[in-house]
Design a protein around this ligand. Sequence first.
Ligand SMILES: Cc1ncc(COP(=O)(O)O)c(C=O)c1O
Length: 374
Amino acid sequence: MDLYNVYPLFDINIVKGEGCRVWDDKGTEYLDLYGGHAVISIGHAHPHYVECISSQVQKLGFYSNSVINTLQTAVAEKLGRLSGYEDYSAFFVNSGAEANENALKLASFTNGRTRVISFKKAFHGRTSLAVEVTDNAKIIAPINSNNHATYLPLNDIEAVRAELAKGDVAAVIIEGIQGIGGIVVPEPEFLQQLQVACEETGTVLVLDEIQSGYGRSGKFFAHQWAGIRPDIITVAKGIANGFPMGAVLISPKFTAVFGQLGTTFGGNHLACAAAQAVLDVIEDENLLENVNKVGEYLMTELKKIPAIKEVRGKGLMIGIEFEEPIKEIRTKLLFEEHVFTGVSGTNVIRLLPPLSLSMEQARDFIARLHKVIG
Ligand SMILES: Cc1ncc(COP(=O)(O)O)c(C=O)c1O
């Protein structure tokens, strides 16, 4: 059987990782400034992570959500404490798209409405409603195109207010920092006004923190830079450092109804062991402090490079926009300098390294980038 050919692949077979470095099958070492697409939060093969998963799988890998799972309770308790959302409830799922599906479903169950406001260049996943509220016509199949979504310009509060005034909007969904859209940070005043506008109209505010959350921006959630508290927060990617997992964090305003949401695999024992290890390391190794320190250094150094048009982002979620397409720079970084980076559109390089990236590794990256762009 062949693989269904939907991914344009680099001809590199990664077989090993440690911290912020990975190795291919030929033994070549790479600096990982991509984190497997913002997924590796605490670093590859972190010893505590390896230990937690290994010991859990020897005891019990999985049992269904029909019995008590104290590992879920422990993850929810620590996640609430570290993020400042102790009064919220967690519903564990398997991916980012699934988290957003459940968030939007919950909004609609709660206020009975069916429209969703999202924003230009937004990305929220590839399943049913998640893809419908994603502003990319190429990935929305006709079966997913059901007139639920209206995409508005980011930071345009008047446009949002005009739509919410119609009284039929179930939810507004917005990324803490737009990721695939090119690392665009929403204006704090816009987020504050958005929260008020949603409250006034009974609209559920969903903050998609799937890429920008879990410490990546230097606060636990990127929206916390604006001091808002959304009704629902969705997380995935960094939550379990590569183990497939997501979560919907739900305000105490909502009342849980038996059977309304559900999943077979979500929050299974092995996933929870991975998620617990991530939270332990974020706390024990002060990773948020590291993100702020190393992120600031990278931003400062990148802003000094004349060839770069704009540097955007927060913490270790950085977009580097060039005047010209970046394909050659990115290819040279990978094949000559052995650095993995991400991309957005044609002109933006995205940096999404593990949150444990050291100052030395950041300096090393800047030196390698200088070698490529001269
Ligand atoms: C902001 C955002 N939301 C949702 C998703 C979808 O997550 P998943 O691929 O786990 O379904 C992504 C993935 O890149 C994302 O960046």
